[in-house]
Design a protein around this ligand. Structure first.
Ligand SMILES: Cc1cc2nc3c(=O)[nH]c(=O)nc-3n(C[C@H](O)[C@H](O)[C@H](O)COP(=O)(O)OP(=O)(O)OC[C@H]3O[C@@H](n4cnc5c(N)ncnc54)[C@H](O)[C@@H]3O)c2cc1C
Length: 572
């Protein structure tokens, strides 16, 4: 087994392509050798976290932890794009193990973004050199989605005998819930209310008063250790307050949301594809009614093809924002939420359909798909639930709608119309219909004050995610056809196949936005009987319906590509 390689030259954002490919290959080889399917299934059945494997991956054997440590502290200085590719690869192997590895990344995040130079040097170097396992302790029994309800307290301990009131340390008391690596970590980032406000502290295993609960008996990711933590007046020195200043905790957590949501989005992608990549070969071998399942349209066009289109739409969005984060555009929290929402929901649906694709066999523990389906379920819950993502997306884009007097999505639509003029085959004209309809639905919601209904607000989040990801997939298909794809982009599909996928997803997005937008606006009382026809016309419904033409033949083509039946284009 080759450990992952150290990164490329100075000043470079992230790994070079060769280094990334070598790293992905090392992960695949490690998994092939140490984590065959039967072993994963047995560990899942025993509800066991393979600690030595996790330590091997985050230590000398494989060195994945180096990926997210800056070069200055002995790491590889990987960027967002590298993180997405590695997280997808890890998730394809096992989402529980991927979660354990990611927990160290999450746990060290507050250090990465907010620690003092001395703290960074101390902790990040230790993670790089010693393979220290971290855990991220934010959630509490009564503070999940609403972290502001935090109850864990950090009380100042003043230096004895000093008049100037210098803080010697803190005594932390409270409890944390559902903490990944909770029972196995060497060090923990703990969010607690200090007198100056929520703050992150580093607490080491074995500190007096610090105890870990027994592993939770979970639905999925059973190879990942999840445990509650209890802190009873746990003393830490003042230099364990991350950043050396109280009250910065929530900002430090916010600063990396785009990045961390991107990694969970990649988990959704990896889980979904891991399931489909088992269902696809299964259906070529399985004969029913005289022919393989792979030749039955009612099977492929329901259980395989639409899921591939949704996952690839999620991937297009992930790749776009990873590139933007690496280009220094900030943390892109809302975009991270869109990526996480679409890719994890798509991953879940893909795994569920893949289980169905195996019939009774899919329902048994003996086949990995049953485990993958349980595992991928967590991705719509942790790092912010899908509902919280919908709210985040909707609120942010609502602001854009208001700021631009309703023009934001009309303007986006016009960029897609321009793209269509240059690349008529990628479905950009259909996405433009979706975006115009979205702008109309949002305007109707503004006029009728419909977002006072939380249901409308959150459903708008879904429509926005579909429309924006569809736009992204068009751009990705166009870019690939011009030979300008990101050099580290995933390349499973050629330009022709990606264009077909883009058209399929564009039709779904346009239909969803226009039809569900209509239903919501009318359902919330925002459209009177006499206005319905005019509103339908403003949504471009006839054009959206007309754009569905060609759907079946595009799906046929994608199925042919997936099953290796399509003729290879002269130049891919
Ligand atoms: C296996 C696992 C590993 C985890 N690992 C970690 C970890 O390492 N570190 C960590 O800090 N946390 C971790 N978590 C916690 C995870 O992030 C939370 O479970 C998640 O944020 C949801 O919080 P909750 O469970 O309290 O649910 P709640 O917030 O109570 O939500 C329950 C339901 O209500 C919905 N909901 C909540 N608020 C609203 C609202 N305002 N409007 C509408 N609907 C709403 C939610 O979407 C959800 O469907 C983990 C959880 C699990 C299960």
């Amino acid at each position: 087994m080759t450990p992952v390689q150290l990164a490329g030259g100075p000043g470079q954002v992230g790994l070079d392509k060769t280094t990334l490919e070598l790293s992905l290959k090392s992960i695949q080889e490690f998994a092939k050798d140490r984590l065959p399917d039967q072993k994963l299934i047995a560990l899942d059945a025993r509800d066991e976290c393979p600690i030595e494997i996790v330590r091997g991956m985050c230590g000398a054997e494989l060195g994945i932890q180096l990926l997210f440590i800056p070069e200055a502290f002995g790491g590889m200085g990987g960027g967002a794009f590298d993180m997405y590719r590695v997280c997808e690869e890890m998730a394809r192997i096992d989402l529980g193990i991927a979660t354990s590895v990611l927990a160290t990344f999450l746990g060290s995040d507050p250090i990465n973004v907010g620690a003092t130079p001395e703290q960074k040097k101390h902790w990040l170097t230790r993670i790089a050199d010693e393979g220290l396992l971290f855990a991220y302790g934010a959630t509490e029994p009564a503070a999940g989605s609403d972290l502001a309800a935090l109850r864990t307290k950090a009380e100042r301990v003043m230096e004895a005998g000093r008049e100037d009131g210098r803080i010697a340390g803190y005594r932390i008391s409270g409890s944390k819930q559902w903490i990944s690596n909770g029972g196995i970590a060497d060090a923990y980032s703990i969010l607690a209310n200090a007198p100056g406000g929520p703050s992150w502290f580093i607490v080491e295993k074995g500190a007096p008063g610090f105890t870990q609960g027994k592993p939770e008996d979970k639905h999925g990711i059973r190879l990942s250790n999840t445990a509650a933590l209890s802190l009873d007046e746990v003393y830490v020195d003042a230099d364990r307050l991350i950043g050396g200043e109280e009250g910065l905790g929530l900002n430090q957590a916010q600063a990396v949301f785009g990045y961390t949501r991107l990694t969970v989005a990649a988990f959704g992608l990896g889980g979904g594809w891991a399931a489909l990549d088992r269902a696809i070969p299964y259906s070529t071998d399985r004969i029913q009614a005289g022919s393989p399942l792979s030749e039955k349209q009612g099977y492929t066009h329901k259980l395989i093809v639409p899921h591939v289109a949704r996952l690839e739409a999620g991937r297009a969005f992930i790749e776009e924002i990873a590139e933007r984060i690496d280009a220094g555009e900030g943390s892109l929290n809302t975009e991270g939420a869109i990526a996480k929402y679409l890719a994890t929901e798509a991953g879940n649906l893909a795994a569920d359909a893949s289980l169905q694709a195996l019939g009774g066999y899919g329902y048994t523990h003996e086949f990995m798909i049953e485990k993958i389906k349980r595992d991928v379920r967590i991705t719509t819950i942790y790092e912010g639930t899908s509902e919280i993502m919908e709210m985040t997306i909707s609120r942010d884009r609502w602001q854009l709608h208001m700021k631009t007097r309703g023009q934001h999505y009309h303007e986006q639509a016009r960029t897609l119309e321009a793209l269509h003029a240059r690349h008529p085959g990628v479905g950009a004209n259909i996405v433009a219909l979706a975006l115009h309809a979205l702008a109309e639905v949002m305007e109707k919601a503004r006029l009728g004050r419909l977002t006072r209904y939380q249901h409308v607000l959150l459903r708008l989040g879904e429509l926005i995610a579909y429309a924006e990801c569809a736009a992204s997939l068009c751009r990705r298909a166009a870019r690939l056809s011009e030979g300008k794809a990101h050099e580290k982009a995933h390349r499973r599909f050629d330009a022709k196949a990606l264009a077909a996928l883009s058209r399929v997803f564009a039709r779904e997005a346009a239909s969803k936005v226009a039809e569900e937008g209509l239903r919501l606006a009318v359902g919330a009382g925002g459209v009177s009987d006499t206005d319905i026809a005019a509103f339908e016309a403003s949504l471009g419904l006839p054009a959206v319906h007309g754009a569905q033409a060609g759907l079946i033949s595009d799906m046929d083509y994608i199925a042919d590509v997936l099953y290796g039946r399509a003729a290879k284009p002269a130049s891919a």
